[in-house]
Write a protein that binds this ligand. Structure first.
Ligand code: GDP
Ligand code: ZN
Length: 293
């Protein structure tokens, strides 16, 4: 039986992208017994009735599952930040990175609207360097001048991606620039990618390039650390986590513990001070379970 990916779910139908195009499927078969509700992003086995209709017989095991938007098997979160309007913020970037890392999804940092920078990239290049040293990939783009789009495209190929980032940073504009026929409205609000977190509209995967799939609804719109435990935060800062193997205590939180390798690295200038500050702020927030920003 053929396999495919659910790219849209609507009114009891699942639209499965198979090798020969999109097949409109109903659910049937084994997965019902296991109480699995198929999700957009699911890899499924289906039985084709004809070229356009079929039945989902099996849902393959998921590698992950996002709640907002409801989507399975997300490979990558493209964290969109604008260079200006709104101003680039490392505090907000670190917050997004923690949430993405916690979900074990690979982040890509995309700093857009670079055409609006008056004095060039100098300061942002320094930040980019810091994040590259932490192990992240950082690219600079502009939907206005098409700078960096050729660099962004290969990251989208062969993956399921969600865009994430504040309203107004330029997510819809980037998608339009990558696929002009989408014609998403751009202004920061009241269109698919900019909608608030309380809407229940259906998520759909949009095909971009040869075989890239991108969610038409932004991910990680809730920026609170509701599930993360204090000892888990270390692993959401992979640059800290690597060094923390040398901390004296196994569950070192890098605050007041003696012989802390992370604090030593900060002191030696091997890790950026601001990331450590954000780590401490987030840790306190998790301990208090109250948002601070
Ligand atoms: P979203 O809310 O993240 O989807 O942001 P939008 O794509 O709606 O963009 C918000 C505003 O920023 C719109 O007025 C866009 O025209 C503008 N914008 C987006 N990308 C760029 C860019 O690369 N350069 C410039 N100059 N403006 C941009
Ligand atoms: Zn430590």
């Amino acid at each position: 039986m053929p396999q495919g990916k659910i790219i849209k779910a609507l009114s009891g139908f699942y639209y499965v992208l198979g090798e020969e195009g999109i097949v409109q499927c109903r659910g049937r078969g084994v997965f019902r017994k296991n109480k699995v509700t198929p999700l957009v992003g699911d890899e499924v086995v289906y039985q084709a009735e004809n070229k356009t209709d079929g039945y989902i017989m099996e849902v393959k095991e998921r590698k992950n599952e996002l709640v907002r938007p409801p989507i399975a098997n997300v490979d990558q979160a493209i964290l969109v930040f604008s260079a200006v309007e709104p101003e680039f913020s490392t505090a907000l970037l670190d917050r997004f990175l923690v949430l993405v890392e916690y979900n074990q999804i690979r982040p890509l940092i995309c700093i857009t609207k670079v055409d609006l920078l008056q004095d060039g990239l100098t300061k942002l290049e320094q930040y980019a360097e810091d994040y590259r040293n932490a192990g992240y990939e950082v690219i600079f783009t502009s939907s206005e001048t098409a700078v960096g789009l050729k660099e962004l495209s290969p990251y989208i190929e062969g993956k399921i991606s969600v865009f994430a980032g504040q309203s107004g940073v330029g997510k819809s504009s980037l998608l339009n620039a990558l696929k002009p026929e989408l014609e998403l409205k751009t202004s920061g609000i009241s269109h698919h990618l900019g909608r608030g977190k309380h809407t229940t509209r259906h998520v759909e995967l949009i095909k971009i390039g040869n075989n890239g799939l991108v969610a038409d609804t932004p991910g990680f719109s809730s920026l609170e650390f509701t599930e993360i435990e204090p000892a888990e935060l270390n692993y959401c800062f992979p640059d800290f986590a690597r060094i923390s193997e040398d901390c004296k205590f196994r569950e070192c939180l890098h605050v007041s513990e003696p012989k802390c390798a992370v604090k030593a690295a900060i002191g030696a200038g091997e890790l950026p001070e601001y990331r450590y500050q954000h780590y401490k702020d987030f840790l306190q927030e998790i301990k208090d379970r109250k948002p601070r920003y």
